[in-house]
Design a binder for this molecule. Structure first.
Ligand SMILES: [Zn+2]
Length: 275
C-alpha cells in the first residue's frame, strides 16, 4: 500500500455534539488516514473553550481557533471581548475565529453580524493572531470590513471558500489564503469552485473537512450516517489536485506546509510527528 500523505485539517468542528459518542474513534480514523494535525474550529465562546479542552486531551494533534461565528453574532457584545481575549491567550489557540459574515442564512441580523465581526477583527489585530474567516453571500461588506485592517490580510484564511473566479481574485489580491472543503466534490454546487481552484497560488491553499458538515458527495461507498469527519480529507485532496492539474503528493506536501506556516505549528511539529 502506498504511504498516505501527511495532511492537516484546518477546519474541524470537533466540539460538535455529533462527535460526542465516538470522538476518540474519529481521531484514530483520522490518524490512520494520514492526518497529522487538526485545527478545531471555535464558533461560540463556550464552544471555543470546549475546543481548547479537546486540545489538552490530544496535545500532539490538535490546536484550536477561538471566536464567534456570524450565526451566533447576536449574542456577542463588546462586554464579551475580555472573555474572548482570555481564550486567545491560551497557548493552544492558534487563530482568531471562526468569524465573518453570513447573509445567506441570516441566523443573526446583518447589523449584529457586522458588529461582532468588527469587534473580533479589532481584537485579533491587537493580539496579532492569524484569523479564520467565514463568508457567505456577503462578499462586498466582508472585504470592506477586512480591508480596514491591512495588517490582518496576509494572515487571514477564508475557510470553506465556495465562490467563483471574481470573488476569489478579489480575495487573492487582498492577500488572503483560501481553505477548500468537500464543497469541491459537489457536482452541481461546486462547479464555480472547481473552475476557480486552479487560480489559488500554491502557497495560499489549505484543506479542511469542516466536519460534521459537508460530507464529500463523491464518497464511495457513502456512509449510512451523513456525518463528515477528517478521515475523508484525502477525498478532498484528490478533487483539489485534479482541478489544479497537480499530483496528489505535491498538493498534500504544499497544503501541509502552508498550514504549519500559517498557524505557526512549527513548535508543534516534533510533537505532531511523535504522536
Ligand atoms: Zn464557516
Amino acid at each position: 500500500m502506498k504511504p498516505r500523505p501527511a495532511l492537516i485539517d484546518i477546519g474541524i468542528n470537533l466540539a460538535h455534539n455529533s462527535f460526542e459518542p465516538d470522538r476518540a474513534e474519529v481521531i484514530a480514523r483520522a490518524r490512520e488516514a494520514g492526518i497529522v494535525g487538526m485545527i478545531v474550529t471555535g464558533s461560540t465562546l463556550p464552544d471555543s473553550a470546549r475546543s481548547l479542552e479537546l486540545c489538552r486531551r490530544w496535545p500532539g494533534l490538535l490546536r484550536a481557533t477561538a471566536g464567534v461565528h456570524p450565526h451566533h453574532a447576536a449574542a456577542f457584545h463588546e462586554t464579551d471581548c475580555a472573555a474572548l481575549a482570555e481564550l486567545y491567550a491560551d497557548p493552544m489557540t492558534v487563530a482568531a475565529g471562526e468569524c465573518g459574515l453570513d447573509y445567506y442564512r441570516n441566523y443573526s441580523p446583518p447589523a449584529d453580524q457586522r458588529r461582532a465581526f468588527a469587534l473580533q477583527l479589532e481584537l485579533a489585530a491587537r493580539n496579532k493572531l492569524p484569523i479564520f474567516l467565514h463568508q457567505r453571500e456577503a462578499h462586498a461588506d466582508f472585504m470592506a470590513m477586512l480591508r480596514e485592517h491591512p495588517d490582518l490580510l496576509a494572515r487571514a484564511v477564508l475557510h470553506c471558500f465556495t465562490g467563483g473566479v471574481d470573488e476569489l481574485d478579489d480575495c487573492l489580491a487582498a492577500g488572503l489564503s483560501i481553505g477548500v472543503t468537500g464543497w469541491i466534490c459537489d457536482e452541481r454546487r461546486g462547479e464555480a469552485l472547481r473552475t476557480a481552484a486552479g487560480r489559488i497560488p500554491d502557497d495560499r491553499l489549505m484543506l479542511e473537512s469542516d466536519g460534521p458538515y459537508l460530507l464529500p458527495r463523491t464518497l464511495q461507498p457513502k456512509p449510512a450516517h451523513r456525518r463528515n469527519e477528517p478521515m475523508y480529507l484525502p477525498v478532498i485532496l484528490e478533487a483539489v489536485a485534479s482541478c489544479r492539474g497537480q499530483a496528489v503528493e505535491q498538493v498534500a506536501a504544499q497544503t501541509t506546509a502552508n498550514a504549519r506556516r500559517f498557524f505557526g505549528l512549527t513548535l508543534a511539529v516534533a510533537a505532531l510527528d511523535r504522536n
